[in-house]
Design a protein around this ligand. Structure first.
Ligand code: GLV
Length: 321
């Protein structure tokens, strides 16, 4: 019997590739950039499974091409906004993701961003490297405290809750906005549930943790940024399109908010000549909130196990559809 064929769209997690190779015929895309569409169309038409990354565009054409061959597309990510799940479902193709695993790492990174923008960590580092630290004078580096401040969590899922846990050590007062009330978390962490407008207007740090979908695209635009205080900071580790970057650029340039720290942009990578890249009151990291070595590897292995379970007709650890 011929072995099922798997196409892996990047050679990123050797442990996952080895696991797949122990059972299947595996082909790995050798470039660091996503395979072009014609490659995805071709592989979809001859493979049983694709292990993909968050920036592979798995659209209806790809799913149509794989409708008689593909059993599963397993994304090594928690977000699946890059996959047309409806088109997959209607063709009987299973989509899986890797929820849960990255929550602690993303929460760590959220605090790294909060501290970095509030206490001018990245700015200070840039000044030292540029040879501008020539006199012992703290005044250009005066930041904003984090402890004791008001933190607003937009989207209280796994990641949002881990951020709340960390905020306890910083003695923060926490507000959250979520479609569904989370009474257990409210009681456990003494959270206040408020609507988005209220959260934006009262919180010192606003941190976004929603999935990207039609309801959350551009959820932070000009109107929302105008609700924030001049002394407040915006943090985004979710998906770039949740924040309108033009509106954010204006808010920062006009001093309507104190700063922003974003791990995600739209587009990604953000062009080097984008006005935000040259703003002083922003920290931008290259979509690495989940990227500790351990979490990166665990997500790869989980994505491989989703494929193995699907093709062996075992219970699938994390199906999306
Ligand atoms: C990373 O951005 C993910 O969705 O896992």
């Amino acid at each position: 019997m011929t072995k099922p064929k798997i196409f892996v769209t990047r050679a990123r997690v050797p442990e996952a590739i080895e696991l797949l190779k122990s059972q299947f015929t595996v082909e790995v895309w050798p470039e660091t950039t996503p395979p072009p569409k014609h490659i995805l169309l071709e592989k979809a038409s001859i493979c049983d499974a694709i292990m993909s990354e968050a920036d592979d565009q798995i659209d209806e054409d790809v799913l149509e091409s794989g409708k008689s061959t593909l059993k599963v597309i397993s994304t090594r990510a928690v977000g699946f906004n890059n996959i047309d799940v409806g088109a997959a479902t209607s063709r009987g193709i299973i989509i899986t993701n890797t929820p849960g695993i990255l929550a602690e790492s993303c929460a760590d990174m959220t605090f790294a961003l909060i501290l970095s923008i509030a206490r001018k960590v990245a700015f200070g580092d840039r000044e030292v490297r540029a040879g501008r630290w020539t006199v012992f004078d703290q005044t250009p580096y005066l930041g904003t405290d984090v402890y004791g401040k008001k933190l607003g969590i937009v989207g209280l899922g796994d990641i949002g809750e881990k951020v709340v846990k960390r905020s306890i050590g910083f003695e923060m007062e926490v507000f959250y906005h979520s479609r569904t009330a989370k009474p257990e978390a409210e009681e456990k962490y003494r959270l206040h549930r408020v609507d988005l407008d209220n959260l934006l207007s009262i919180c010192d740090y606003v941190s976004i943790h929603v999935p990207l979908n039609v309801d959350t695209e551009n959820m932070i635009g000009d109107r929302e940024l105008r609700l924030m205080q001049k002394t407040s900071f915006l943090i985004n580790t979710s998906r770039g399109p949740t924040v309108d970057l033009d509106a954010l650029t204006s808010a920062l340039n006009e001093g309507r908010i104190a700063g922003a720290a974003i791990d995600v942009t739209h587009p990604e990578p953000i062009p080097f000549n984008h006005p935000l890249v040259n703003s002083e009151n922003i920290v931008i990291t290259p979509h690495i909130a989940s990227a500790s070595k351990a979490t990166f590897t665990a997500m790869g292995v989980a994505a491989a196990k989703n494929i193995i379970a699907t093709l062996n007709h075992d219970p699938i650890p994390s199906p999306v559809n």
